[in-house]
Design a protein around this ligand. Structure first.
Ligand code: SAH
Length: 390
């Protein structure tokens, strides 16, 4: 039924083992393959004819095929999406009492090219591949069957869509929403799902925010790269003696201060460049019992590894310098393109260069609503390290 795409001899080792990606150098890129429209559904077979499943193909992308199902000729329609959504929903309802979570985490939920964050009745979807873009209609029909949300917002404005030959746009597929409430760890925050970063909220740090909040009682806290206040407000609510939150984004800080008020806590929100402000604080000999640094990705592409690694080291050095004696330091990286070992090594080097000694007390990733495909360990992008400094 679907056209068959053949792999080159001996290629497809990872796909045969169950990984959902096939790279362009593994495919027999003949005239017929090149003529397939970007994102069309194909069956994939090894050179020896071994069927590898149903997926979508884009000759222009480095990852040529993303497999959707291990069987060949699987119909990728509303029924397929309903099955995937129901599976994802079953995991989330087992994890969380309230409907605030990442509902679909791409390959981790068997739907490459798609993330959906759920804020009760509002779903915010982000599509990053031509294959998933072509499947928008059955996806929306399945969302209606499985979930019936009031609002469905398409935040298809990630620059990475260009790699797949896609344009960028934001629109509502159902209802409409901008400023909405988020409930997390017993707190109430706000997010802007129409204009905020990514889908408006970073659910991946939920457990890490809760952990840092357990340390916060009676301590002073500096939340750098605070965005809409996820860490800082949780720390303040847990009884932090003082909370200062830094970000360069005015709209993010405006939402953060509304969220602080909604939770009955007072935090100081400062618009600043984090590197500059950390240097200024160190020069002024100011320090905090807890310093949190959750920056944007410093290693956006593989070629940025060395400069990005250096930036993580510098951040660790500058942040460690403003941690009070016997304080705690939280350092995170959301870059896919730096491995945990390298990130941890850069953090260790930075802390040491600031003249501090430290014990690593916690190593974590994203919350359980961000499942990792077991054959794609590189999709475990978030690394979060907590150090106790001397
Ligand atoms: N910790 C946040 C998420 C951080 S996202 C949370 O828990 O939700 C990264 C943030 O870094 C964004 O809000 C962005 O505005 C901010 N940012 C990026 N570069 C910055 C810089 N040089 N100085 C200050 N903030 C910066």
């Amino acid at each position: 039924m679907h056209p068959t795409l053949k792999l080159k001899p001996k290629e497809g080792r990872r796909a045969r083992a169950g990984a959902p990606w096939i790279f362009s150098n593994e495919v027999q890129m003949d005239g017929a393959a090149k003529a397939l429209p970007a994102g069309c559904i194909v069956n994939v077979a090894g050179d020896d004819g071994t069927p590898l499943g149903t997926g979508y193909f884009n000759a222009k992308s480095l990852i040529s095929v993303r497999l959707l199902d291990p069987a060949s000729d699987t119909v990728i329609g509303t029924g397929f999406f309903v099955r995937r959504l129901e599976r994802a929903l079953a995991i989330r309802t087992a994890l969380y009492a309230k409907p605030f979570y990442r509902l679909i985490h791409a390959e981790g939920d068997g739907l490459p090219g798609l993330t959906i964050d759920r804020f009760a009745d509002t779903l915010v979807a982000q599509i990053t591949t031509a294959g998933m873009e072509r499947l928008l209609d059955p996806l929306l029909a399945a969302i209606e069957k499985a979930i019936q949300p009031v609002n469905v917002i398409l935040r298809n404005d990630t620059p990475s869509r260009a790699l797949e030959g896609l344009d960028t746009y934001v629109r509502s597929a159902k209802g409409d929403a901008a400023r909405i409430a988020v409930e997390e760890n017993g707190l109430r925050y706000f997010a802007d799902v129409a204009a905020g970063q990514k889908t408006g909220w970073y659910y991946d740090q939920r457990d890490n925010r809760a952990f840092m909040a357990t340390l916060a009682g009676g301590r002073s806290v500096l939340d750098t790269y605070c965005y809409t206040g996820g860490f800082g407000i949780a720390a303040a609510k847990s009884g932090a003696a003082e909370t200062v939150c830094l970000d360069s984004s005015e709209p993010a800080l405006a939402i953060a201060s509304e969220s602080a008020a909604a939770n009955g806590v007072s935090c100081k929100f400062v618009k600043a460049d984090v590197f500059e402000e950390l240097e200024r604080l160190a020069a002024a000999k100011e320090s905090f019992d807890i310093v949190i640094a959750d920056p944007p990705p410093f290693v956006r592409a593989r070629k940025d590894l060395e400069p990005g690694a250096k930036a993580y080291r510098k951040l660790a050095r500058l942040a460690a310098a403003v941690v009070a004696p016997r304080g705690f330091l939280f350092l995170a990286s959301c870059s896919h393109n730096i491995a945990l070992e390298r990130f941890a090594a850069e953090c260790a080097a930075g802390i040491s260069r600031s003249g501090r000694s430290a014990a690593l007390i916690r190593q974590a990733g994203a919350g359980a609503d961000h499942p990792v495909h077991p054959m794609l360990p590189e999709t475990a992008y978030l690394k979060a390290l907590v150090y106790a400094l001397d």
